[in-house]
Design a protein around this ligand. Structure first.
Ligand code: FEO
Ligand code: CA
Ligand code: CA
Length: 677
């Protein structure tokens, strides 16, 4: 049964806490983004002019004249209104249909979705809580391809709906009896995490569905994986399972994703730390190593879902308890958390391939990864955000050049990782996180490259990177090379951290930052930056032209971000469950997706989702006439009391009496045209 004492002892489990968010762990003294923005405004003498004047000046600083340069608008649809209903709404002339909901069978003997599916059956079905996603066309087709998607986390009361019916459980709670968890429940939860690869195609009526195919595959929290890059074989990842530190099992909390220039899928491990607990103590106080503490591994108590409490005590479950129990690291799982926090490469076209953790991309709460426009014969460059309050934006530059048809994932194993510093004059610097650079020496506690990468956050602290408001997705304009990143919010930024020119203490709404690399060279060590939009309601926002957002485009908490081939920028929102349709976030309604034309600064609301969910994941077919987006965690706002009474707030997508299910949505135009145009 639910244990309120225990649940509320851990603040991350409280019903009013946003799902999966980590406690703020960055206690270093580096300047905040707002310190810098404020300094920039102050120096220019705009403080007296109020927010609109000041931020307009900042907007125009390095990207002036773009509206004049634009041709016709990239946006050809009429904006839709803010919505609070339990449905998907798209503009007139568009159609939205559900595809691949949680539980849809894809492999094995294709077990049909039931509320009491076993853990093994879940291993052959689409996972829960859909997130980042890509469509890999087969032979360039726009009607045949592999849909690959992440499953970020789970809602146990929905996952075990048959068993958990009538119990007073909040959206994250699991049942623990006599200090143990049911083994098959644990298996089902691990199998509902990870990645789904499934072939999809439309039928004769144009309705897309799953195609039974040898490519179809689930990668889960249990799948064996190689550790690649500089951390491979180091003492940091020696475990009982892998005494030589070359392998680990599973990928967890897969948020956004990336697509490599050589056509593989990258899945990113975001809020993985809470899945582990470590009871090590000294003098009756928690005594966690820095590579656990700096990321928020739990110091005692039960892990997020208590998998270490599985009744069988099986090895694949007890590893979530990282307490030292043996003589050496090869005798226990003290290093198991060090196998997480990475970007994982999966080849969707080879279902027998072993996923690889690409450790040179750094270890943090990886939201996603996005590549700069690639050129043959030049290094590949990838950008990534660490989504926690006051964390950093990173860039990786490969040592070897990209050679089309030759390069593979090993290109990501050698190069340089950098952290971003945003200077007060609108310039920025990339700070190398490498041995001997920026003070990262043994004398300062960084023994070698593997040590720096396992402790990426600490290395970035030491180098002096700029603390950001929760960096989420990045996107690179395919036509200009400019890089955009969403900064979703940071409600814990205090007034002391901002000044009078900046009204964003307790930033509830978020903003989108963009930069241009020096000489338009993605490998450059410096860049110029600007703000694209400051999100909020009509009184607290500024659009790309320095005007307040309007009823057609107010939004908050930008998260998903993606450029289509025409440079239309798609913006997806993730207002946390505790804030949706309440207080200052009430005017934004349910989470939504908007489209922007970066050349003109226009933004229009394109889609609104059902109750309790976030919109995340977006891609089109190569012809841009079919778009896929994901709806994650509908119904998550239902309270424990409502669940006990059989109420779920949302019944999307299956309707009355059903359990809500995360699902993909396929969007097409009635006239068959390009989406958004
Ligand atoms: Fe999983 Fe940062 O969103
Ligand atoms: Ca996200
Ligand atoms: Ca988010």
């Amino acid at each position: 049964m639910k244990d309120y004492e225990r649940d509320y002892e851990d603040f991350t489990q409280r019903p009013d806490f946003e799902h999966g968010d980590e406690p703020p762990c960055n206690l270093s003294a580096n300047p905040t983004f707002y310190d810098i923005l404020d300094a920039r405004l102050e120096r220019r003498g705009f403080l007296a002019g109020g927010l609109a004047t000041a931020v307009t000046a900042v907007f125009g600083a390095s990207f002036a004249g773009r509206a004049e340069a634009a041709g016709g608008s990239l946006l050809g649809f009429d904006a839709i209104a803010v919505a609070e209903g339990d449905e998907i709404v798209v503009p007139e002339g568009y159609v939205a249909r559900v595809l691949t909901p949680w539980g849809e069978p894809i492999s094995g003997d294709m077990p049909a979705f039931r509320l009491d599916n076993t853990g093994a059956e879940q291993g052959h079905q689409v996972g829960q809580h859909h997130d980042g996603m890509h469509f890999f066309p087969i032979e360039g087709s726009s009607t045949d391809g592999l849909l690959v998607m992440n499953h970020e986390y789970i809602e146990p009361r929905f996952l075990h709906a048959a068993k958990y019916a009538g119990l007073e459980l909040n959206s994250g709670a699991v049942v623990v009896e006599n200090g143990q968890r049911d083994d098959d429940d644990v298996l089902k939860e691990l199998n509902a995490h990870g990645v789904t690869v499934t072939r999809i195609a439309p039928n004769a009526d144009g309705v897309w569905g799953v195609v039974a195919d040898p490519h179809n595959r689930r990668v889960t929290g249990l799948t064996p994986m190689e550790i690649g890059g500089p951390v491979r074989g180091s003492a940091h990842v020696v475990t009982k399972y892998s005494p030589d530190g070359t392998r680990t099992r599973g990928t967890l909390n897969n948020c956004a994703h990336g697509v490599t220039p050589w056509g593989t899928y990258l899945t990113c491990e975001e809020n993985w730390a809470g899945y582990f607990t470590n009871h090590d103590q000294e003098d009756q106080k928690p005594n966690l190593p820095r590579e656990h503490a700096r990321y928020g591994v739990r110091a005692g108590g039960m892990s997020r879902y208590g998998w270490e409490l599985a009744a069988s005590g099986a090895d694949e479950y007890v590893r979530f308890d990282a307490t030292k129990r043996g003589e050496t690291a090869a005798d226990d799982y003290r290093n198991e958390p060090n196998g997480f926090g990475w970007v994982v490469e999966i080849d969707p076209f080879d279902p027998s391939s072993t996923p690889v953790k690409r450790t040179h991309l750094g270890r943090f709460a990886h939201e996603g990864v996005v590549f700069a426009n690639v050129e043959a014969g030049k290094p590949v460059v990838a950008y990534a955000g660490d989504d926690a309050r006051f964390e950093y934006i990173y860039k990786f530059v490969s040592r070897q050049p990209y050679e089309p048809g030759v390069s593979d994932g090993s290109l990501l194993d050698e190069g340089t990782l950098y952290a971003a510093k945003f200077n007060d004059d609108g310039t920025g610097e990339w700070l190398a996180l490498a041995p001997g650079r920026n003070g990262l020496t043994p004398a300062n506690g960084f023994a070698d490259l593997a040590d720096i990468l396992v402790n990426t956050r600490l290395a970035a602290d030491h180098a002096g990177a700029t603390k950001m408001d929760r960096p989420e997705w990045g996107a690179v304009d395919p036509n200009t090379g400019e890089v955009y990143f969403t900064l979703t919010n940071n409600t814990r930024r205090t007034q002391a951290q901002v000044d009078a020119a900046n009204p964003r203490a307790g930033n509830q709404f978020g903003q989108i930052v963009r930069w241009r690399e020096n000489r338009d060279d993605p490998t450059a060590h410096t860049f110029t930056w600007d703000l694209f939009v400051i999100a909020g309601d009509v009184n607290s926002s500024l659009d790309p032209n320095g005007q307040p957002l309007t009823a057609d485009n107010i939004f908050a908490c930008p998260d998903g971000l993606w450029f289509d081939a025409d440079s239309r920028l798609w913006i997806q929102t993730d207002i946390g469950e505790s804030a949706q349709n309440r207080g200052d976030l009430e005017p934004m309604g349910n989470n939504a997706m908007l489209a922007a034309d970066p050349r003109t600064g226009e933004i229009r609301r394109f889609l609104t989702g059902p109750i309790g969910q976030e919109i995340t994941g977006v891609v089109t077919t190569p012809d841009q006439r079919t778009m896929f987006i994901n709806v994650q965690h509908p119904g998550a706002t239902a309270t424990a009391e409502e669940w006990a009474a059989g109420e779920t707030r949302s019944r999307w997508p299956d309707g009355p009496g059903s359990i809500p299910r995360s699902a993909t949505v396929v969007i097409t135009r009635v006239d068959g045209g390009v989406i958004g145009a």
